[in-house]
Write a protein that binds this ligand. Structure first.
Ligand code: GTQ
Length: 380
């Protein structure tokens, strides 16, 4: 049989297979070949500027009117991800939320897990989570674990703003999106609620606390994070991430939430990070200072109040070119989505204790893919 006859025969078969809802693996070969050396990143590195975010939020306030059951939240859509389901990365959605004085965002719950990083807080504002009040002061981190009831309250006379981060993309991909409204504006608040991290992580714990499998309403107050950072005065930390501290689950020491990990990162003045990439993606909010996200193709400046994203498997480095002020970042990562399956890889080295990317075999792969290769093999 000639090559032409063989390829016609295959084309005919492919067409036939499609009519009976089957497809040969060879049709997917091109996708596998593209994955040599790792996945193509989903989306692009990008930065949303503080002033643009603030202005859009003002416009949304006029357009939407008061919130009730809805949220005045604007998701940062990665310009490299298209379609109605696009998020900030392929696994996570993040964006700012504004609650006006006197507003209550009605109680609901869902299978998506969420973090709230307060960017403009107030000691009177709070999120109620599973019967507990979590106060929202500047740069506090609050957790609403999956399926926890949550309603937001701003009884103060000033706007309250925070960064929401949720594992939306993952849950959509898994077909695991569940949602339930509470039916009333506010949930019942327990009289003697747990008192956040202190009670739950101390070695002396209440015997009456229900085991919630680590799914606890938790507030990580910025004032404590700040104290911790100060303990590392002058310490540069990792040559890739600067001084990076994890917001651990205080009960089991694991990631902040089962699918999401939060970090605080400090880049000392003059920090010039090394290029690296990870299987995971990340979203950062600039708490203080400024700097650059440098990729192979561009230099993206960021400053206080900006949000920026680093997609999966994207080589990048972080820079703080100030000679006086440290840069402080709040970073949300999807690393815990990869680690349970041994899929968290790093290049060029395993700096945060993960695995090196699987090396290509040596000697380097010879190009084995060419038209008809499978048939050549069979016919020999
Ligand atoms: O503030 O409760 O962007 O439940 C998505 C889901 C915000 C919220 C979102 C939510 C919220």
């Amino acid at each position: 049989m000639t090559d032409t006859e063989a390829s016609l025969r295959l084309e005919e078969f492919d067409a036939h297979a499609a009519t009976i809802n089957l497809q040969g693996q060879w049709k997917a070969e091109a996708h596998l070949i593209k994955a040599i050396g790792g996945p193509a990143p989903a989306g692009i590195p990008f930065r949303w500027k503080r002033d643009e975010l603030a202005q859009a939020m003002d416009e949304a306030t006029v357009a939407l009117g008061p919130v009730d059951t809805a949220r005045r939240h604007l998701t940062c859509i990665n310009p490299g991800l298209k379609g109605p389901a696009a998020g900030t990365t392929h696994t996570m959605s993040a964006g700012l939320q504004l609650v006006k004085p006197g507003e209550v965002c009605w109680s609901h719950r869902h299978s998506m897990a969420a973090i709230r990083f307060v960017t403009q807080g107030n000691p009177d504002a709070y999120t109620a989570v599973d019967g507990e009040k979590l106060i929202m002061e500047d740069f506090d981190l609050l957790l609403t674990p999956r399926f926890s009831w949550h309603d937001h309250h701003n009884p103060s006379d000033q706007d309250v703003v925070w960064l929401d981060g949720l594992d939306v993309g993952l849950l959509r991909g898994l077909g695991a999106v569940f949602y339930e409204p509470y039916g009333e504006s506010s949930q019942h608040i327990r009289e003697r609620a747990g008192d956040g991290i202190g009670t739950r992580s101390h070695w002396l714990r209440p015997t009456w606390e229900q085991d919630r499998g680590g799914r606890l309403p938790i507030r990580y107050p910025w004032r404590e994070v700040k104290q911790r950072l100060d303990l590392y005065d002058g310490v540069e930390g990792s040559p890739y991430d600067g001084l990076a501290l994890r917001y651990a689950n205080p009960v089991n020491g694991g990631p902040t939430l089962p699918t999401l990990d939060c970090w605080v990162q400090r880049l000392l003045p003059g920090f010039s990070g090394l290029p690296h990439r990870r299987s995971s993606s990340s979203i950062s909010f600039v708490i203080q200072g400024s700097g650059q996200l440098v990729t192979d193709d561009e230099v993206i400046d960021f400053a206080q109040g900006d949000v920026f994203v680093v997609p999966n498997w994207t080589t990048h480095r972080l820079v703080n070119d100030s000679d006086a002020e440290p840069t402080i970042l709040f970073t949300l990562t999807d690393i815990p989505m990869y680690t349970p399956f041994g899929l968290f890889y790093e290049e060029p080295e395993d700096i945060i204790g993960a695995s090196l990317a699987p090396a290509n075999p040596t000697p380097p792969l010879t190009p084995i893919y060419r038209e008809g290769a499978f048939y050549d093999r069979d016919e020999k």
